[in-house]
Design a protein around this ligand. Structure first.
Ligand code: DGJ
Length: 714
């Protein structure tokens, strides 16, 4: 970053991504405000051209309101006229701080701007960073206390005005086994806010949304997506101010007294990530996937095939059974064996044992080594489930340190467990050492790091401490990774209850949901993929009937969905019929052949006029090979299913289409099925595919089919 130092009052700075431009105007009194975030502006006009904008940034000032419409500053101040949601609220012991920001310097680089603002009267300093990182705009805010008097940060957020045309918001909410449900809401007057007060990003309030002009569709239209990379409480939304302007507000949700800065201390607001595309939700997917892959995930390798024991044995751990499971899994091509909940302490069910991270003597009298050695002897790696932030009342840890729990002992528990108070130094140190010892001794290649209850009422020594709990969690993960750089972490929180860029930056895989039923899972996956690349999500072939929905599901449909993410199994492979085993073996072999394509592929949702059908497409970088998956989630609305529209096909190429996975009863589902689904392989011109689309097969509800498409090299 070059030091451009002297701020010019009213100067406009420009940042560009491939698709979008951001203009930031900075005034001496108040600091920076985003005045444009939209389609990329013409290259020949640099920053200065926009400063003299011919008055198009002006807005009329109506009677009956303030005498001026001030910019909506990224960080509000007390000496500006703003009557919206609190943005930055600071307090001293003596009372509220009346902030008066003065812009003092700017650091300007090609892809980053950093504004320094001071409040001379209050000895405060803030810095606002706006940068382009791999196609995303990342906004950060730091607040520093420069005097020897405590400074309380009661609210910390940023404000970003949005154009009038973006009048719809798509939000993502849900529950255990029903994560990432999408809902479109038309913005009207007043406020639309999403919050989590659950101490995690939460199932019900994912910290991100998409703004658009019309209900967003996969391939077209302007969309602006924002996401707060924070694994704790948050508050974000869109507000229409009394003068009619709209803005986004977003930040962590803090409780009064939660953040107290002593002299020289700085509060770092979690980063806000945003991207803009004119190509609908698939345009957003392309940006976010590129960013997450290049900036956040550590494991750049294609995902491995994993078997997880949860739905196979639950708490019923028996060494002989698990050994046999590992043997059969390896024979199918599984590469990692993950021992889920139930292996430790007194953990014979979910009411006891958390906190005691040593092998359960009744199940593992000789420790975990006999099992892990067996697994490794079969050529697989070994993973372990843990839930370190929690403790059961029925555990040695609780008996020794009942004072380490967060909240009173007579609280209503979640899954019969307490949260540990990670803000207590002794508790944190113990936990950190326990985890280091566990990894040092059992030497797992991966940890499935779970968190199964909301963290509410977090108070440490009389002060709210939810924010500190999350920072402590990050520190635990960071320390562990530093000590064991090869250790992989799979983030889980009752499925996808804690999914955000803060946790993803510390993980290699995420457990998206306990719903394996392809019908439910396809919907979850569609919403999830707006912010995260598909291969990050473990996608497991679960048992049939589904333990959750009780529905019987074809093996092909379960495999089809798993092929789109991090392929895994969560079923008793020892008890499978031969036909199912063979299908799994084929599915795993296919996945292994194609997975190199996954780490930088383009992933698209294909929408179709019959909403009972969900389609996904995964396209290799360069566009030569792709996979198309079709899920018949409900009874068809159209008797003859028609053809799926395809874009991104080269009209000058011929493509070889091959059905990879389809129900065994496919032919009997209709008088005639399209040849591309029944013949060994069919060659079709790209021009024809673009003109006519991809003919869909007749599928029964709950069935799925996958096709590979390869451009012929001529
Ligand atoms: C919740 C997770 O979502 C499940 O996959 C499993 O790991 C259980 N916890 C274990 O208790």
């Amino acid at each position: 970053m070059a030091l451009g130092s002297a701020p010019i009052n009213g100067a406009i700075y420009r940042l560009d991504t491939e698709e979008a431009s951001v203009l930031v105007r900075c005034v001496q009194k108040g600091g920076p405000s985003i005045v444009y975030w939209g389609a990329r502006l013409p290259d020949h006009q640099g920053d200065t051209a926009w400063a003299d904008h011919g008055g198009v940034l002006d807005r009329a000032v109506p009677h009956g309101g303030f005498d001026a419409l001030q910019p909506l500053f990224l960080v509000g101040a007390s000496d500006t006229v703003y009557a919206g949601q609190p943005i930055l609220t600071l307090r001293r012991e003596s009372g509220p701080v009346r902030t008066v920001w003065r812009h003092t310097s700017i650091l300007e680089a090609q892809d980053a701007l950093c504004f320094k603002l001071t409040d001379p009267g209050e000895s405060l300093e803030i810095s606002v960073r706006i940068e382009v990182v791999c196609g995303l705009i990342v906004i950060g805010l730091n607040v520093t206390n420069s005097v020897d008097a405590p400074l309380f940060v009661d609210h910390c957020a940023v404000s970003i005005p949005i154009p009038e045309r973006l009048c719809r918001i798509r939000v993502f909410h849900g529950q255990w086994c029903g994560e990432f449900q999408q809902e479109d809401i038309e913005l009207r007057s007043g406020l639309y806010a999403r919050e989590s007060r659950a101490g995690r990003a939460s199932h019900h309030g994912f910290p991100g949304f998409v703004l658009s002009e019309r209900p967003p569709v996969p391939d077209a239209g302007e969309c602006l997506a924002v996401h707060l990379g924070w694994s704790g409480n948050h508050r974000m939304g869109v507000e229409q101010l009394s003068d009619g302007r709209r803005h986004i507000f977003a930040g962590p949700l803090l409780e009064p007294g939660e953040i107290c800065l002593s002299e020289g201390q700085t509060f770092h607001m979690p980063s806000l990530y945003g991207c803009q595309s004119q190509k609908g939700l698939n345009g957003i997917r392309a940006c976010t996937h590129r960013f997450v892959r290049s900036q956040l995930v550590h494991r750049k390798m294609p995902p491995h095939v994993q078997l997880n024991t949860w739905e196979v044995v639950y708490f019923d751990h028996d060494l002989d059974r698990l050994t046999a499971l590992a043997t059969d899994a390896a024979a199918l091509g599984v590469e990692r064996f993950v021992l889920d909940d139930g292996w430790f302490g007194r953990r014979t069910d979910d009411r006891r044992g958390l906190g005691d991270w040593y092998p359960r003597p009744s199940a593992y009298p000789d420790g975990l080594t006999p099992l892990s050695d067996h697994v490794r002897g079969l050529g697989m790696t070994f993973g372990l489930w843990i839930e370190p932030e929690m403790v059961s009342a029925d555990s040695t840890l609780f008996e020794m340190h009942p004072d380490w729990i967060l909240g009173p002992s007579d609280q209503t528990m979640g899954r019969t467990q307490y949260c540990l108070d990670l803000a207590q130094p002794d508790c944190f140190t113990h936990l950190r050492q326990t985890l280091l010892d566990l990894v040092g001794k059992a030497k797992p290649d991966s940890l499935k790091w779970d968190m199964n209850r909301d963290r509410v009422g977090a108070i440490t020594q009389g002060q709210p401490s939810n924010h500190r709990q999350v920072l402590a969690l990050y520190r635990l993960m960071d320390d562990l990774r530093q000590a064991y750089p090869k250790l992989e972490i799979e983030a889980c929180s009752s499925g996808g209850g804690r999914l955000d860029y803060g946790i993803v930056a510390r993980c290699d895989r995420i457990w998206l949901s306990d719903a394996h039923d392809p019908d439910i899972r396809a919907q979850i996956f569609e919403g999830f993929s707006v912010f995260f690349p598909p291969e990050l999500a473990g996608m497991h072939v679960g048992p049939s009937p589904s333990h959750l929905t009780g529905r019987s599901l074809s093996m092909e449909a379960r495999i089809a969905l798993a092929l789109l993410g991090g392929f895994g199994l969560e079923l008793d492979v020892c008890a499978l019929a031969l036909q199912d085993k063979q299908a799994l073996q084929r599915g795993i072999a296919f996945f292994k052949r194609w997975r190199p394509l996954f780490t930088d592929s383009r992933f698209e949702h294909i929408s179709y006029r019959d909403e009972s059908v969900t389609g996904f497409r995964m396209i290799e970088a360069g566009g030569r090979r792709s996979l198309i998956a079709v899920f018949q989630r409900a009874p068809r609305n159209l008797p003859s299913p028609g053809a799926l529209p395809l874009c991104g096909v080269n009209p000058d190429f011929d493509y070889i289409l091959q059905c990879v996975m389809a129900p065994q009863s496919l032919r009997s589902r209709a008088k005639r099925q399209p040849a591309i689904w029944t013949d060994a392989s069919v060659t079709v011109s790209g021009a024809a595919l673009l003109a006519f689309g991809l003919p869909l097969p007749v599928l029964a509800p709950g069935e799925a089919a996958i096709l590979s498409m390869e451009a012929c090299v001529t």
